[in-house]
Design a protein around this ligand. Sequence first.
Ligand code: COS
Length: 400
Amino acid sequence: MDFTFTEEQNILRQTVRKFVDQEIMPYIAQWDRDGKFDPNIMNRLAELGLMGVCIPEEYGGAGMDYNSLAIVCEELERGDTAFRTAVSVHTGLNSMTLLQWGNEEQKQKYLVPQAKGEKVGAFGLTEPAAGSDVASLQTTATKEGDHYILSGQKSWISLCDVADHFIVFAYTDKSKKHHGISAFIVERTWEGFSSKGVKGKLGIRAGNTGELFFDQVKVPAVNLLGKEGEGFKIAMSALDNGRFTVAAGAVGQIMACMEASVKYCHERETFGKPIGKHQLVQQMLANMEAGLQMSRLLVYRAGELKNQGKRNTRETSLAKWQACDFANKAADDAVQIHGAYGFSDEYPVERYLRNSKAPVIYEGTREIHTIVQAEYVLGYREDKPLNRMLPAWEQPKQSI
Ligand code: COS
C-alpha cells in the first residue's frame, strides 16, 4: 500500500488547515464556552466543497478518495471535534449510506443536494435505551398503504436541530429481531417531527447534539432505504464509514495536542531549563508521536481498503478504537504537560481533553471494539464480502 499523498491531497490539507486557522481557531474557545454551534460553518464547509468530499462527481460531490475524506477529518478536528463530527454525520453516516443503499430516485432527491452542501444530512440510530445494543431500539414504522407511520424517539443525535434529512432506523417487524429493522429517509419539515438540543455536555460543546421525536410521522413508502428488514445491515455498514471518519478525526486531535504541548515545552521553564528538556515530559511527547503515527497508519489502511471496495469492518473498528484511545491519552498528557495552566481554558488543552472523551464512547464504545477485535482473533467473527459494497462505477476516484 502506498500512502504517499497526491498533489491534490496536499492542496486539500492546506485548504482545510487555512480555513481552520482563520475561521475556527480565533473563535472556538468562545463558541465552546457559550455552548454555541455556528450554522454558518456548514455553509463555509459547503463553499469549500467539503460536504461531499468522497461522493462521486455525478452525484454532486468532489469525487475524491476515502483518504482525502480522512485528511479533511484530521484537519477539522485539529480545530475542534464539533466540526469533524458534523462531517462524520453528514458524509460518513448519511451521504455515504445513501450512495451505498439508495436507489437512483433517492440519490437524486437527497444525496445530490447533500453532496453539494445545499442540504444537511444526519443519522438517527441511538435511542435512550438502545446504544451499543442496537437491536433493542423501540422506534416503530407501521405500513399503511403507500406510507409508513413512524413513532419513537432518538437520542444523542449530532446535528439534530440543523439537519434537513435524517436516516432513521425503526422496527417494521419486531418478531424478526434484528432482521425486522428497516431504514427510512425522513425530512425535518414533516408533520409530527421535532428535535431538541441538549445542554450540559462534558465536551463538543460547540456542536449540536440532542433528541429527535417522531409523533406518528407519515413517511412515504418510497423513502424506505434498501429493503424492509435490511436496517441493521445498513446501520452497521454506515458505521463502517462513520467510524473511519471518527478515527481520522482522532488523528487530528493528537496533532492538536502535540502542537500545543511542543509550543508550551519551548516556552515554559522549570528547574532552570525548558520543560521539554525533562525526560518525563519527553516521554509523554514520545507517546503522543507513537500514537499519532500508529493511528494514521491504521486509518489510511482502512481508507485504502475502502478505496478498493473491500469489506473493512475489522480494520475500521481497530482504527477507531486505537486512534480514539490514543487521542484521549494524548489530551490527558497535554493537560499534564501544561500543569495548572492546562486546567484552565486560557489554553486549549482542557477542551481537547473534554472533547476526546465522546469519540471513545460514540460509534462503538471502547468496550464494543475490544470485544469485536477479540472475536475476530478467536475466529468467532468473520467478515463476508458484502453484496452492497459500491459497484465499480460508483467507486470514489483515487484523486481529485
Ligand atoms: N456491514 C454490513 N452488514 C453487517 C455489518 C457491516 N459492517 N456488521 C454486521 N453486519 C450484519 C451481519 O452480517 C449479520 O447479518 P445476518 O444476521 O444476516 O447474518 C447482522 O448484521 C448481525 O451482525 P452481528 O452478528 O455482527 O451482530 P451482533 O449482534 O454480534 O452485534 C455489534 C454486533 C455489537 C458489534 C453491534 O451491535 C455494534 O456495533 N454495536 C455498537 C453500535 C454503535 O456503534 N452504536 C453507536 C451509534 S453512534 S451513531
